[in-house]
Design a protein around this ligand. Structure first.
Ligand code: ZN
Length: 416
C-alpha cells in the first residue's frame, strides 16, 4: 500500500459512482417520458413501440449498473486484493523464464476474465434480449462463437503477446517505441484483414442484390467514387433482430455492410439514404481519423508505461510484490481504463460529430426526408430510446439520439 493505492481506489470509486449516477438519471428520465411519444414522432412511432423502447432501455441500463459494479469489484480482487500476485506466484513455480511465464500469466488472466464475464453475457443474450424479442442466437451459435474467439485468441493473440513481451525485454530503454511500431502494424493489418478474414468466420456476407434499388445505388456510387463491389449484406438475423449498417476496412477491402434485418424494413429510397450516410464516413475519412487518434493515444500510453515500468510504487501500489515487464503490461491494461474513464465524453463527442458529418453528406447526396424516415425505422427496430437523459447521452452516446439528428437535418434543409 502506498499513496498510489489511494489515488487508484479513489479514482475507481469516483468512476463507479459516476457510472451509477448517470445510469440512475437515465432510467429516471426514460421512465418520466415513457407514456408520451415526442411531438415530432407522434405520427411515426406508436405509443406501444415508444414504451417498448423505454422498457428495453431501462432493463439494459439496470444490467449495466450491475456489470459496472462487478467490474470494479473484480478489478480490486485482481489488484490490491492480491489476485494477480497469487496467479504470478503459481506461474513462477516451474521456472520457465520471463517470456513464457509472462505469456502464461496474461493468457490465463484473460481466460479468467472471460469466464467472469460469461454469466452477464449469457443473461444479456438469453434473458434480456429474449424478453424483448430480439434474441435469435441459439445455445449452439453462442457456444461456437465462444470457441472461435478462444481459437483466435490462441492463434493471433498469443503470438502477438509473445512478440510484445520479447521486445519489452530485449530493446532497452526505448522498447515502447518498438512495441508501438509492432502494435500499429498489427492494428493496420487487422483493420485491413478483418472484413475479409475474421468477420466471415462469424457471419455470412453476400453482395447487395436489390434489383429495384440498383439504379439508384449505382448512380450514388458513381457520384461518390466508391467501388460497387464493396456493398454487402450480412446475416445479422442469425443472432439478433437488431438492424444496423456500418463501414469497415480500408484499401481494397473497404466495404459497407447492411444487416439483412435492416434491409427488410427499409424502402429502396431509404436504403439509398443509409448507404449515402455510410459513404459519408468513407468520404470524410472517418476511419483514418479514428485510426490516427488511436495510434497517437497508444503511443502516449506506451511511453507512459515506459516510465512506469521502472517505478516500484506502480507495482506495490496495485498489490503486486515482484515487479516484472509482463506484470507492468498486465497492470497497465487492467487499470488503464480507470484513468481514461473521464475522457469518455470526449471520445463520444468526436464520434457524434462524425455521425453529423455523415448525415450532412447523405442529405446532400439524397433526399433528407428519406434519411429521416430510415433513422426513425432504425431507432424503432432497435428499440433505441428517443428520450435519453441528456447528460447520460453526452457522456456515452457514440450516435446522437434520433430527435437530435432529425432536428439537425431539418434545420439544415428547411422544415421538411
Ligand atoms: Zn454513422
Amino acid at each position: 500500500m502506498n499513496s498510489f493505492t489511494i489515488v487508484f481506489v479513489s479514482l475507481l470509486a469516483l468512476t463507479v459512482l459516476t457510472q451509477l449516477w448517470l445510469a440512475q438519471r437515465h432510467i429516471r428520465h426514460v421512465r418520466a417520458n415513457r407514456n408520451t411519444v415526442p411531438d415530432t414522432f407522434a405520427h411515426k412511432i406508436t405509443p406501444a413501440a415508444h414504451q417498448k423502447a423505454a422498457d428495453y432501455t431501462m432493463a439494459k441500463t439496470r444490467l449495466g449498473m450491475v456489470e459496472d459494479l462487478l467490474a470494479a469489484v473484480i478489478l480490486i480482487l485482481w489488484t490490491i486484493a492480491g489476485g494477480l500476485d497469487w496467479l504470478d506466484g503459481i506461474w513462477r513455480q516451474p521456472g520457465w523464464g520471463a517470456l513464457a511465464t509472462g505469456a502464461a500469466l496474461i493468457l490465463s488472466a484473460t481466460v479468467i476474465m472471460g469466464l467472469a464475464d460469461l454469466p452477464s453475457s449469457v443473461y444479456r443474450t438469453f434473458v434480456l434480449e429474449q424478453r424483448f424479442g430480439f434474441n435469435k442466437t441459439t445455445v449452439r451459435t453462442f457456444a461456437s462463437d465462444l470457441g472461435k474467439q478462444v481459437i483466435l485468441l490462441l492463434l493471433i493473440g498469443a503470438p502477438l503477446l509473445l512478440a510484445v513481451l520479447w521486445l519489452m525485454q530485449k530493446m532497452g530503454t526505448y522498447w515502447w517505441l518498438y512495441v508501438w511500431l509492432l502494435w500499429t502494424g498489427f492494428a493496420l493489418l487487422m483493420y485491413w484483414a478483418y472484413p475479409v478474414l475474421i468477420a466471415p468466420l462469424f457471419n455470412k456476407f453476400k453482395p447487395l442484390e436489390k434489383e429495384t434499388a440498383r439504379q439508384r445505388i449505382e448512380s450514388l456510387l458513381q457520384r461518390t467514387g466508391f467501388r460497387s463491389r464493396g456493398i454487402f449484406v450480412m446475416d445479422g438475423s442469425r443472432r439478433s433482430a437488431h438492424g444496423n449498417a456500418y463501414f469497415t476496412g480500408f484499401g481494397k477491402n473497404k466495404r459497407i455492410v447492411f444487416f439483412d434485418t435492416l434491409l427488410d424494413t427499409l424502402a429502396d429510397t431509404e436504403i439509398e439514404a443509409v448507404l449515402a450516410h455510410e459513404l459519408g464516413h468513407f468520404k470524410r475519412r472517418h476511419v483514418f481519423r479514428r485510426m490516427a487518434l488511436t495510434f497517437s493515444m497508444s503511443l502516449a500510453g506506451l511511453a507512459l508505461l515506459g516510465w512506469l515500468i521502472g517505478e516500484s510504487w506502480f507495482y506495490t501500489g496495485l498489490g503486486v510484490s515482484s515487479p516484472s515487464t509482463y506484470m507492468a503490461l498486465t497492470l497497465f491494461m487492467m487499470v488503464g481504463p480507470v484513468f481514461v474513464f473521464f475522457m469518455q465524453p470526449l471520445f463520444a463527442w468526436g464520434s457524434r460529430r462524425h455521425e453529423f458529418e455523415a448525415d450532412l453528406f447523405a442529405a446532400e447526396q439524397t433526399e433528407p426526408a428519406e434519411l429521416i424516415n430510415a433513422l426513425v425505422k432504425l431507432y424503432e427496430e432497435n428499440a433505441a430510446t428517443l428520450t435519453p437523459d441528456p447528460l447520460h447521452s453526452v457522456f456515452y452516446d457514440s450516435h446522437p439520439p434520433a430527435p437530435v439528428r432529425i432536428a439537425r437535418l431539418q434545420a439544415q434543409h428547411g422544415s421538411l
